[in-house]
Design a protein around this ligand. Structure first.
Ligand code: GLN
Length: 495
């Protein structure tokens, strides 16, 4: 393999394995060696599947030797967020509630990965039940940002983002309910993508907020993100919200460029008006990204999407409401590590839920239960749903004039571990990512330069429902531009 791939590029690894230039066992061993070297410090994983990964890689190598087509991700190690079910392999959601639980079945994405030749290398740490933006809410300890271990990796899929950034795996899957793929991708300097609601099966994804949750890819390159999306996408009769269509084909357009495309920068998410807390460097990089698209032939203008400023308020009613219902199953009877209490069923359930859930999960259950309660349903949950409709309508208006929209992914770069003790401040991290979840639209975070402390900035490309192809097309142009700037400054530094 060329130096340039440096084992970080899944498609190059798959090509080399398929053509027998390298073995999957060798690739897996290299990644396990990287894990051995720094996982003790980073803590990206709840569980590393070293023996299982070696065994699966050996099977891939035998099949290549036998002349079989082993699939588009042949021999590529992948890390899986620990809220996706793996048959017989512990799946915890980073919660004491599920400690030791072994699902009796595989998530659809797990089966699709195996069919594509990918090798599961471990289950990654996360905020408990995917509630958080820093991975500090895990019951099993915080994950550190591989680029600066005093900083958080973002969340809730922080372990998956850190695994890719640390070189533990070239690919990972996360789940995104309000930004949990895109925000950690931005903070760790990797690519993270949330598909259209229903584009990827959620069968076997442990539910947080069912009208918002989606599974999506982490990778080092936009091409890998597109390839992984193609592998995991497509209809699944076992998920009633799955779109009844085959996986979209998105890789073909990556080299097309952006000439003639119309790109709208969402005014309200550029640090003007009612929303503050945006770091100037993050805004500057977002503007630079927009200028790069203009230089590549796109038409770029600002567009107002007025209701996005209410996205946070609506999300933090809807997501907890759905969570309070989804998490009712952890009662020590159907699911959950049972605590006996004082002898009757109610006290057993109370003891189980008191001991099993962490503070943030309890906070969300209380918020959600309140929002759904008879006297307040319309004032809170009903109102939030109306805001959601307003936002969908506003976005539709913007897409009448623009093919894609552009925003920062996160208002700030990676922050210090332990610095954000106030939940409301933590929630502000999601201001740019939530609109795509509320609308069910796809979006992607692409690393674009650096901000404070030399930490990476992510720029977000949003597209309308099932607009993944055009979204990836724009993301690929941003990646080319970011790489060109990196090469120029490196050459400049050497000169
Ligand atoms: N940070 C958001 C929350 O805490 C989003 C989480 C997610 O996307 N899973 O709810």
């Amino acid at each position: 393999m060329s130096d340039q791939t440096n084992n970080s590029d899944a498609l190059s690894i798959a090509r080399a394995v398929r053509s027998d230039e390298t073995s999957s066992v060798a690739i897996v061993d290299q990644h396990l060696a990287a894990i051995d070297a720094s996982e003790a410090e980073i803590h990206a994983f709840n569980l590393v599947l070293a023996d299982e990964a070696r065994a699966a890689a050996a099977v891939i190598d035998q099949r290549v030797a036998a002349g079989e087509d082993v699939g588009p991700l042949a021999g590529v190690p992948i890390a899986l967020k620990d809220n996706m079910c793996t048959k017989g392999v512990p799946t915890t959601c980073s919660s004491k509630m599920l400690e030791g639980w072994k699902p009796p079945y595989n998530a659809t994405v797990v089966e699709k990965l195996a069919a594509a030749g990918a090798i599961l290398i471990g289950k990654t740490n996360m905020d408990e039940f995917a509630m958080g933006s820093s991975t500090e809410n895990s019951a099993f300890g915080v994950t550190k940002n591989p680029l600066d271990t005093t900083k958080v990796p973002g969340g809730s899929s922080g372990g998956s983002a850190a695994a890719v950034a640390a070189g533990f795996a070239p690919l990972a899957l996360g789940s995104d309910t309000g930004g949990s793929i895109r925000q950690p991708a931005a903070l760790c300097g990797v690519v993270g993508m949330k598909p259209t609601y229903g584009a990827v099966s959620r069968y076997g994804l442990i539910a947080f907020a069912s009208s918002l949750d989606q599974i999506g890819p982490f990778s080092n390159t936009v091409a890998d993100s597109a390839a992984l999306f193609e592998v995991i996408g497509g209809h699944d009769p076992r998920d009633s919200t799955s779109i009844p269509e085959p996986a979209a084909s998105v890789s073909a357009g990556l080299a097309t460029g952006v000439a003639g495309l119309r790109v709208g920068i969402i005014t309200e998410l550029m640090g003007t008006g009612d929303l503050d807390g945006f770091e100037p460097e993050v805004l500057a990089q977002t503007r630079a990204a927009a200028e790069a698209l203009a230089a590549a032939g796109a038409t770029v203008a600002e567009v107002s999407v007025p209701s996005v400023i209410y996205g946070l308020s609506a999300y933090y009613q809807i997501a907890p409401a759905e969570a309070s219902s989804n998490l009712a199953r952890y009662d020590g009877v159907r699911y959950g590590v049972r605590q006996e209490g004082s002898g009757n069923t109610a006290s057993m359930m109370m003891a189980t839920r008191t001991a099993g859930f962490g503070d943030e999960v309890k906070r969300r259950i209380m918020l959600g239960t309140y929002a759904l309660s008879a006297g307040y349903y319309d004032a809170f949950y009903g109102k939030a749903q109306r805001v959601r409709t307003l936002m969908i309508n506003d976005l539709a208006k913007a897409y009448a004039d623009f093919d894609v929209l552009l925003t920062p992914t996160s208002p700030c770069v990676a922050f210090d571990i332990g610095a954000t003790s106030d939940p409301l401040t933590m929630y502000l991290n999601d201001v740019c990512t939530i609109p795509s979840n509320l609308a069910g639209h796809p979006s992607i975070s692409v690393p674009y330069g650096t901000g404070q402390g030399g930490l990476p900035v992510g720029v977000q490309v949003l597209a309308p429902l099932q607009g993944e192809a055009i979204m990836f097309q724009v993301a690929a142009e941003l990646e080319r531009s970011a790489n060109a700037i990196k090469t120029t400054s490196k050459n400049g530094a050497e000169a």
